[in-house]
Ligand binder design. Structure first.
Ligand code: NDP
Length: 316
């Protein structure tokens, strides 16, 4: 039987590339794609590293049926254009929530207790000249979660063990959730002194955390962003870190990855990570497998395992 033709838009780790190539006839976009090959492509395997996947790419692939994303966030894909063309889109929910939540807690503690700065102090041989300055504390803080979804809830479960108060904002108050809900980001920021951002990226959340929200967090305020760089007004954040509007920020995501503004790198009160939230071998392996399983299920049954909401109606 002929294997379905799959276009790999971005290079995946070997533990994903190998099973992908075993199951499908894989074309690598970075090797070039002539019109005959483009006409045979039935699936696109992609991730955020590819950048924006818009209508112009879909229009080059007339036989395209499905786009399988390696990642839970799919703001990189023009899902409206996919839905309009009857193209299914899948992502990888469920297999990375705990990993990203672990990372979020690590980033939160690193930011407030200044762990990377303390380690740099030791490595630079400065300990023998004097103790590392005392840090701020997580004790007594109130944490606001912006986006109490799968990852947000995994973060909240961990925070309960830390004995801190939790509140949240999403577009709707959730049934059966005991944490206080605030109807706007601004109201949440006024009520807390740590804001953990875990909403999806995309137009609906672009710039949701702006200068006013940062002002509301206040001079002891801490911003943790593990969602997408687009959610935070990066220029306003840099200004807020520079002039003490907020105390500190811990960021795993940036507006124009992998570029990180020099003014942000220069801030000693920012802990900066290169988008490693789900970045363990085990979790990336599980994400790759779910991407492949979505493709296999689609070609075998016409039904994907984890379709995104906007294309769920395309299940056969
Ligand atoms: P979910 O869809 O489970 O949860 C998203 C939450 O955000 C929901 O509670 C939703 O609540 C809320 N939300 C959505 N839109 C808005 C809005 N416009 N305003 C306010 N709240 C909103 O997603 P996940 O928890 O699985 O993932 C969240 C995001 O985390 C991903 O989309 C991705 O961008 C990012 N991520 C980052 C990773 C990293 O490596 N740093 C790894 C994995 C994910 P409601 O519908 O009530 O508004």
């Amino acid at each position: 039987m002929t294997k379905p033709a799959v276009l790999a838009a971005a290079s995946f780790p070997p533990f994903t590339m190998q099973p992908l190539e075993a199951a499908f006839a894989v074309h690598r976009l970075w090797d070039g794609l002539d019109d005959t090959a483009a006409g045979s492509i039935r699936a696109l395997a992609t991730n955020t590293l590819f950048g924006r996947l818009g209508a112009e790419v879909m229009d080059r692939l007339p036989a395209l049926e499905i786009i399988a994303n390696f990642g839970v966030g799919y703001d990189n894909i023009d899902v409206a254009a996919a839905a309009a063309r009857g193209v299914m889109v899948t992502n990888t929910p469920g297999v990375l929530d705990e990993e990203v939540a672990d990372l979020t807690l690590g980033l939160l503690l690193s930011t407030i207790r200044r762990l990377p700065q303390a380690e740099r102090h030791l490595r630079a041989g400065l300990w023998e000249q004097g103790a590392f300055p005392l840090s701020p504390t997580l004790r007594g803080r109130r944490i606001g979660i912006l986006g109490l979804g799968a990852i947000g809830k995994a973060v909240a479960r961990r925070l309960e063990g830390f004995g801190v108060d939790i509140a949240y904002h999403g577009r709707t108050r959730q049934e059966g959730v005991a944490y206080p809900w605030y109807p706007t980001v601004l109201a949440l920021a006024e009520a807390v002194d740590v804001l953990v951002v875990v909403v999806p990226g995309g137009a609906a959340t672009a710039g949701l955390v702006d200068a006013a929200v940062l002002r509301a967090l206040g001079p002891q305020g801490v911003l943790i962003n593990v969602s997408r760089g687009s959610v935070v007004d990066e220029a306003a954040l840099i200004a807020a870190l520079q002039d003490g509007t907020i105390l500190a920020a811990g960021l795993d995501v940036f507006a124009r990855e992998p570029h990180v503004p020099a003014d942000l790198v220069a801030q000693d009160n920012a802990v900066l990570l290169p988008h490693v939230g789900s970045g363990s071998v085990a979790t990336r392996t599980a994400m790759g497998q779910l991407m492949i399983d979505n493709l296999s299920a689609w070609f075998a049954t016409g039904r994907a395992l984890t379709p995104v909401a906007e294309t769920r109606h395309l299940q056969r």
